[in-house]
Design a binder for this molecule. Structure first.
Ligand SMILES: *Cc1c(COP(=O)(O)O)cnc(C)c1O
Length: 456
């Protein structure tokens, strides 16, 4: 293959993925099942039917390597896919590095982030099974926006429980959700028993994703016409996101390169898994040496300092117990501006791959991530989402290490979203008002002490 000097690499209609890649077909060790917290037994379809459609439950446990993307979903994907693969030549210059830096830009979606890749199929499969309304939680608001848009495309109602601190910090994301017809409540809210209980204990609770999930699940479980949709963590969500990595692998081949390292930020693991899993396939089945690096905040260091065990996905303990790295479901993350990375747990698939040494994890401080984001913006012209900035901080490290070693490494990272609705966070950074958070060991131990005693 000859070197291609293009800056922006796209795909033709014929080169577009027709199937999602299911890494469950290739996991080095079989996954432990989610457990029913009451019986301690593996959850079956019956446990999940109250809140998920059967098709998504099927995808959750499937070991088929390729799962077809329905034509109705592909038709909506065409509104923004393929997302461009960009060569960040100006960033390479700014860092004076021999490394080749590529990024996949998911901010071109109408939602401004990768989250629409799964919102669309989730709305589609629910609609197929006769569901009229979806509930969900949202942290920084990107997922709520994506699901609102997807529900709007398929004529479903949508109710969003938005973490209160984000509801206050990111008012324009609420506007976006309302434009697409959703109802939005600041969580903890008075709408649910879970919300009222938290408010009684702590009327000023800033909320957390774990609390908002409890509210959305409770709402969905109480109505037959309503299901729940989760924006990350679960296997079927990561499955849908693999369109990112499948396109990227094809685009990299067109550019004449294969990455030495693949990097993405990691909150619940969906944009990381989406980009990295097709490359993990190559690594597991063909032994390619590609490094896969998941980057999280030091303030919420799930993969780097959490424990791999069974834990609840939410605070009230309504969800099944998932085998994952966790900081404890009661963990209250500090109010860092990367709202999408403030989650106590992580995807079971990503967790298992970290445990098995296929995926590496790193943690970055808030100030370093904003510094890298500004460097990226001034080089490439795009303001990154504060979440994506964690990946960029790691890219900077890798590029500088390449310079040190005099190596022309090829780096691929996911620019999971733009930061144009996160400008107050940038204002705060530029005004010198942000600080680093380091999770003290005692706080971590205290939170881990509350883990449920179940499982192996
Ligand atoms: C939600 C979000 C994330 C974090 O979620 P993952 O499931 O870990 O991908 C990262 N970046 C952006 C832009 C997001 O909206």
């Amino acid at each position: 293959m000859s070197e291609n000097n293009e800056i922006k690499i796209l795909l033709t209609e014929k080169e577009m993925p027709t199937h999602w890649y299911n890494i469950q077909a290739d996991m080095p060790r079989q996954m432990d099942p989610p457990l029913n917290p009451v019986t301690g037994r593996p959850v079956g379809p019956d446990d999940l039917k109250a809140i998920f459609p059967l098709s998504l439950i099927g995808q959750e446990v499937s070991r088929e390597r390729w799962i077809e993307i329905p034509e109705e979903v592909r038709e909506i994907y065409r509104l923004w896919r393929p997302s461009p693969l960009m060569r960040a030549r100006r960033l390479e210059k700014a860092l004076d590095t021999p490394a080749r830096i590529f990024y996949k830009y998911e901010g071109v979606s109408p939602a401004g982030s990768h989250k629409l890749n799964t919102a669309v199929p989730q709305a589609y499969f629910n609609k197929q099974e006769g569901i009229k309304r979806l509930t969900t939680e949202t942290g920084a608001g990107q997922w709520g926006v994506a699901l609102s848009q997807a529900c709007n495309f398929f004529g479903l109602e949508c109710t969003v429980y938005m973490v209160k601190v984000s509801y206050q910090q990111k008012p324009y994301r609420r506007s976006m959700m309302e434009i697409f017809g959703s109802r939005v409540f600041a969580s903890p809210s008075r709408e649910t028993a879970a919300g009222r209980k938290i408010l009684q204990e702590d009327p000023d609770s800033p909320g957390s994703l774990g609390i908002a999930i409890s509210e959305a699940v409770e709402d969905a479980a109480g109505r037959n016409d309503t299901n729940y949709a989760l924006g990350s963590v679960l296997n079927h969500v990561l499955l849908h996101q693999t369109v990112i990595g499948l396109e990227a692998r094809e685009q990299m081949a067109k550019a004449g390169y294969y990455p030495d390292v693949v990097i993405a930020c990691c909150g619940g693991g969906s944009n990381f898994g989406g980009l990295a899993f097709p490359f993990a396939h190559d690594k597991i089945t063909r032994g390619t040496g590609v490094r896969l690096v998941a980057v999280e905040p030091t303030a919420c260091p799930t993969l780097t300092r959490g424990r791999f065990t069974y834990d609840f996905g939410d605070v009230a303990g309504l969800t099944p117990l998932l085998p994952m790295y966790t900081l404890g479901a009661a963990f209250m993350p500090p109010g860092i501006h990367a709202g999408g990375l403030r989650y106590h747990g992580d995807s079971p698939l990503v967790s298992r791959l970290v445990q098995d040494g296929i995926v590496e994890a790193r943690a970055k401080n808030q100030l370093e991530t904003f510094k890298s984001a500004i460097l990226f913006a001034r080089s490439e012209g795009i303001v990154p989402a504060p979440e994506s900035a964690h990946a960029i901080a790691q890219v900077v490290d890798e590029a500088l290490a390449a310079r040190e070693a005099g190596e022309a490494r090829t780096i691929l990272f996911n620019l999971s979203g733009h930061g144009l609705l996160d400008l107050p966070s940038y204002d705060a950074y530029l005004a010198g008002q942000l600080k680093d958070y380091f999770l003290p060991e005692e706080a971590l131990q205290k939170s881990l002490a509350g883990l449920p005693r179940v499982g192996k």
